[in-house]
Design a protein around this ligand. Sequence first.
Ligand code: PA5
Length: 433
Amino acid sequence: MHTISIDTQQVLQRAHKDTFNGLQTELQSAFHTLTAGKGAGAEFTGWLQLPVTFPTELLGEIEATARRLSAQSEMVVVVGIGGSYLGAKAVLEALGSHFHHFTGDGYPHLVFAGHQLSPGYHAELLKVLDQKEYSVIVISKSGTTTEPAVAFRLLKKHLYAKYGDENGANRIVAITDAAKGALRTMAVKEGYKTFVVPDDIGGRFSVLTPVGLLPLAVAGIPVAGLLEGAAHMRRSILADPENNPASRYALARTAMYRSGKPAEIMVTYEPGLVYLAEWWKQLFGESEGKGGKGIFPASVTNTTDLHSMGQYIQDGLRILFETVVSVEKNKNEVVIPSDPDDLDGLNYLAGRNLGEVNLIAEEATRQAHLDGGVPNMRIILPELTPDTVGQLLYMFEFACGLSAYMLGVNPFDQPGVEAYKQNMFRMLGKINN
Ligand code: PA5
């Protein structure tokens, strides 16, 4: 198995020396708090063991359900928001083909809904679904979130009208709480196939439960590989609590925060990793942004954003540090051709791999940002494969728990998300709000 690694040297060299006072002891204490289940929100740490306790029968049931949905669908609509969709979307984009909508890979196209309230998006989707064979996976841990509930109401009506009530219901899989919530009630009444979001795993930590694994299996992603990668990272972390990628990452970002760098940018050089950054932003933003504290997570995808955000990062307010997710070897490579006229002056690159040029762009940018006062660290993936992505997901989850405990907040709640909901319900006239 290829193993991911982290290089925090440049960041640690640029942290204020006094931030290190007691930092290692704080890290050890956070590590113990998290693994012993003694911290705030400890009842939501089921994800810690998940890669090694995942029942084989459940994996089989996920794969069998995915095969059934695939056999009957050209498209599968995944309905969910926040942690109920970002994990699947992130892994799908990281491991799938950029152009699978055009090339076809023998698996249904996954499309997402219920992650916003856009009328245009949902109207267009329903029009497309008029022409396609499709199924729906609806995901909501609470079973009461407005955005996916609205989208599911639209889709359920469309599906029942297209296939009839019974056949329509057979095309729906609900992933929700074992007992509570409107979605569970509906699933029981209508006879939907269901999977459970475990009680002890919150939305943004649920990518390696049926929440992430069922949609990914439908899209043909080898989900067992993700679990193996996560289990590998878990072993590395437990084997060496101080010197593993998650602990080193948590320590480095905490040192940056305490050195007057409250904003972290995840930097990627692959368009397939844009949603990994979105998943990461939710994980860290919702876990840490509390009580007037927390690192602000942002992201850029380069080299695209070097032509938009690059100026600010190089030269703007010096509150930033970067975490670069670097992929060493590409699945596919292209060689830059020679041109007899060389009118574009690019013959100096002829014969070189585009991947090599991309890596040089990354290194050149890292050095420029270091010179410009933006410390950066590198997380290195030898390749993008299910097991390296599984390692990365688990590493970030574990580091998030450590960082939040070092910050002094509960990583596993999200009280701030309620404020907009209460206003919206009041403005929309919801009864019994
Ligand atoms: O991490 C979280 O808990 C949240 O982001 C939820 O995933 C999100 O709000 C969706 O909630 P639910 O799955 O209950 O619909």
